[in-house]
Design a protein around this ligand. Structure first.
Ligand code: FES
Length: 115
């Protein structure tokens, strides 16, 4: 089940580059690129580099360690890389931004027990 989490002060992240952010019990990366907010995995699948130290260009996030590139929309790495990152869905409602995190069976079960 997809759970939406509000990102507080998302507009203020515009000049911050790539940041790590805790949302729904996960630490993910957030960044603005060409007026769109993107959310993706915090670690590079190649050798685990923190993608918060990378940068964005041509619609891709670039890993700082060995320069693997990942599409900000699909998460796909360049063809020779054979890897990908997870992209989290982002939506805007009434000028607020939300990131969708998939919750597992046990989180749903325990959440329904505490409500
Ligand atoms: S760790 Fe990211 S490209 Fe190697």
């Amino acid at each position: 089940m997809l759970q939406w989490y509000k990102i507080d002060d998302a507009q203020f992240l515009k000049d911050k580059g790539i940041i790590e952010h805790k949302v729904g019990g996960k630490t993910i990366c957030l960044t603005w690129f060409e007026d769109q907010l993107y959310a993706f995995s915090r670690k590079c699948p190649h050798a685990g580099a923190p993608l918060k130290n990378g940068w964005c260009e041509r619609g891709k996030v670039i890993c700082p360690f060995h320069r693997h590139e990942f599409d900000l929309v699909t998460g796909k790495g360049n063809p020779a890389q054979h890897d990908f990152i997870h992209i989290y869905p982002v939506k805007e409602e009434d000028s607020a931004y939300f990131v969708g995190i998939e919750t597992g069976f046990w989180q749903n079960f325990l959440g329904s027990k505490s409500n």
